[in-house]
Ligand binder design. Sequence first.
Ligand SMILES: Cc1cc2nc3c(=O)[nH]c(=O)nc-3n(C[C@H](O)[C@H](O)[C@H](O)COP(=O)(O)OP(=O)(O)OC[C@H]3O[C@@H](n4cnc5c(N)ncnc54)[C@H](O)[C@@H]3O)c2cc1C
Ligand code: SF4
Length: 566
Amino acid sequence: MQLQPRSTVYDVCIVGSGAGGAMAAHALSQSGAKVLVLEAGDWWDNSKNSKMLSWPYDSPRRGRSTPERPFGEFDACIGGWNLEGEPFTRAPGTRFDWWRARMLGGRTNHWGRISLRFGPDDFKHKSIDGLGDDWPISYDDVKPWYDRVDRLVGIFGSQENLPNHPDGIFHKAPQPRCYELLVKEASDRLGIWCIPARLSVITQPLNGRAPCHYCGQCNRGCMTNSNFSAPNVLLFPAQRTRRLTIRTNAMAREVATDETGQATGVHYIDKATGRDEFVRARIVVLAASACESARILLNSKSSRHPQGLANSSGVVGKYLTDTTGTDVAGFFPQLMDHVPHNCDGVGGGHIYMPWWLDNRKLDFPRGYHIEVWGGLGVPSYGFGGGIQNMPRSAGGGYGASLKAEYRRYYGSTVGFSGRGEQIPNEHCYCELDPEAKDKWGIPVLRFHWRWTDHEHNQVKHMQETFRALIREMGGEPMGEMPSRERGYGISNGGSIIHELGCVRMGASAGSSAVNGWSQAWDCKNLFVTDGGPFVSQADKNPTWTILALAWRTADYIARERKAGTL
Ligand SMILES: Cc1cc2nc3c(=O)[nH]c(=O)nc-3n(C[C@H](O)[C@H](O)[C@H](O)COP(=O)(O)OP(=O)(O)OC[C@H]3O[C@@H](n4cnc5c(N)ncnc54)[C@H](O)[C@@H]3O)c2cc1C
Ligand code: SF4
C-alpha cells in the first residue's frame, strides 16, 4: 500500500475495488489523476494468496467451507451471504439473498469469468416489447469500450455473427470436453445454438501475463494471472503510475457535500481503529456494488439532499433486478465406468448456449442463456454426497465397495443452469431499514422482492428445455420438475449474484439518478461505476458491461477534468 498524508486532497476518490472501481481506478490513474481507492475489505494478491495449486488433502478440512469462505476454504472470495456485524433485513414475505465480498477486488476474485457483451436490443428493449425502459445510450455508444476491455483484460471466444450476441476481440477458445461434445450434439439436434464459451481467461500471452495452463481452478484465483481479477489485472498495473493509493479496511459510510450540493469527499470507518475518518476529493466515484452504492447514497443526507444524495427523483434503491435462474442435473449411464481421459480445461464451461428463440412465439418476454457443468473436477469435501441415492446405485456401502461406487459414478452427471432476464418491477427494491444498523452504527438496507409471471414462465421454459436436452443426450433428469407452487424452481432474488439497478441512468433528472455517463444529475462531481446505473438486465451476465461502462465514465471524467469543467 502506498501511504499518503491524510490531509491530501485527491482528484478522485473511488469507493470499492471490484470490477467497476478497479476499472475506473486504472483508467483515471493512467489519465493523470491522483486517485484514492477506499476498500472495505483486506488486501488480496492472487500471485501470493491463491490456493490454485492446493490439493484437498493439504487441509484437514479437505476444502470444506468456512464462515468467511462459504464456497469452500480454497475459494478466492472472502465474504458471503451473511457478514458478521453487517446485517441487512428483508420485508415480510421477501426471499432475497445478498452476496457481499469484503476484499481487494471484490467478487472478481472468484467470479465465473463468463464475459458477455450486451447486444443492441438489450439497450432498447422497451422500444421492442414495451416493457421496462430503454437506456439513454446504445450499444454503439459502448462498443469502443467493450473493444478496449477485450484487448486489455483478454477474453476467449469465437466469431459467430449471431443477432444480439455481439462478437468481441477473442483469443482462441479451448476445445469442448467429452461431456460437452454430448451436449453440443444434442443441442444441434434440438435446434439450440451451442457455441464456445466467452470467458475472460487468456489463451495466449497478454501484457506480461502467461496463458492459461488449464488447471480448472479459476474460482481459487489464478497464481499466473491468466484470468481476470481486478487486483492483478487492473489495480497493481495502475499502481505503477504512482498516482494510485489504495486504502484497505476502509468502510465508506457517507459522501460529504458542501453548501452548493457538490461532493467534497467521503466519510469512512477505519476498520483497524474503529475511528471515523474523512478523505477530501474533487470527484467521488461510487463502485461499492449496486446495492451498497445505493446504501451510501441514501445515507448521504444533507439539507441540499434531504432524500439522500442523487435521489431528488426518489429512484435510488428502486428498479433493483437480478438474473433469473434454475438448474437441472442429469445422470448419464454412458458416462459411468468410463475410460479415464483428460478433462482438463479452464475453471468454467467451454461451451454455452446463447438465447436462441423468438419471444413472439412464447409466453414470456426476454430470454436466457444456458451454462453447462459436469466432468471430472478435483474431488473435494462433500464430493459424491448422497451417492446411495444415485440411479442404479448398489447403496453406497463402506470401504472398498464405497470407493468402487465413487469411481463408477465419477463424471456421470451433467447439469444445466439457466440465466435469464428479469423485467424491473415496483415490488423489487431496497431502502434504508428505519431501525437496523451495522456494527459501526451505519443504517442498513431492507430488501423487498417479488417475481412476476414473466419470470416464472421463463423459468418453466428453462426446466422443460433442460429436461428435453438431458433426454436427448440419453440421460435421466435427476428430480421431478418443480411445480408452479414452487415457482418452477426459480432461485431467490439476489441469489444469482447479478444485482443491478438501484441507481439507474436515464434521459431525464426526474426519472433517474444518473445520466448516460453515470454522472449524478443532482451532483455533477459524483459518479457511479458498478451495476447501479443499469437500466435493465439482459440474457447475459453483467460484468463485461460494468467494466466497459466504468472505463467509459472514467474517460468522460478525464475529458471533463482536462476541459476544466470538473
Ligand atoms: C460466485 C460468483 C460468480 C459470478 N460469475 C459471474 C460471471 O460468470 N459473469 C459475470 O458477468 N458476473 C459474475 N458474477 C458477478 C460479478 O462478480 C459482479 O457483477 C461484479 O463483481 C460486480 O462488480 P462491482 O464492482 O459492482 O462489485 P464487487 O465486485 O462486489 O466489488 C465491490 C467492492 O466494494 C467494496 N465495498 C462494499 N461496500 C463498501 C463500502 N461501504 N466502503 C468501501 N468499500 C466497499 C467491497 O468490499 C468490494 O470489494 C459472479 C459473482 C459471484 C459471487
Ligand atoms: S484454469 Fe487457467 S485461468 Fe483458471 S486458474 Fe487455472 S491456469 Fe488460471
